[in-house]
Design a protein around this ligand. Structure first.
Ligand SMILES: [Cu+2]
Length: 148
């Protein structure tokens, strides 16, 4: 009985102990208006995460989605496609840059970029960014430039 209590206490201590190796869930808001006043944005539009981390897209405002941009994922990377207002969770499968967009608002510059570990596909992502429509070309170009 005493042993069982000790084991339970040890487990409880382990559960609350902070661990740097623990995977983190990042959150990206889908917004009609960003903190800087820009309309139709993902916030934050650029995040650098660790392999094993996940990204959840929050439908903070309605009428948006998050989906991968063709040509903006690393070689063994995966893609995702959320429905309008869907709060999907993306779990990248390989290191590199992952570009995504909101389908209704890509022309207004509603795009974002996730860096997972090293930016292995930066040149390819930059080339794909240059082919994006409307304001997204400039917005994504600036996001790719942030990748290190
Ligand atoms: Cu949108």
């Amino acid at each position: 009985m005493k042993l069982a209590i000790s084991a339970a206490l040890a487990l409880a201590a382990f559960a609350v102990a902070p661990s740097s190796a623990e995977a983190r869930e990042w959150q990206v808001k889908m917004l009609n208006k960003g903190a800087d006043g820009k309309l139709m944005v993902f916030e934050p539009a650029f995040i650098a995460i660790k392999p094993g981390d996940t990204v959840k897209f929050l439908a903070t405002n309605k009428g948006h989605n998050a989906e991968s941009i063709a040509g903006m994922a690393p070689a063994r990377g995966n893609s995702f496609k959320g429905k309008i207002n869907e709060e999907i969770v993306f779990k990248p499968t390989a290191p590199g840059l992952y570009g995504y967009k909101c389908l209704p608002h890509v022309g207004m510059g509603m795009v974002g970029l996730i860096q997972v570990g090293p930016a292995t596909n930066k040149a390819q992502a930059g080339a794909a960014a240059a082919r994006l429509p409307g304001l997204s070309k400039k917005t994504m170009g600036a996001l790719v430039a942030k990748a290190r």
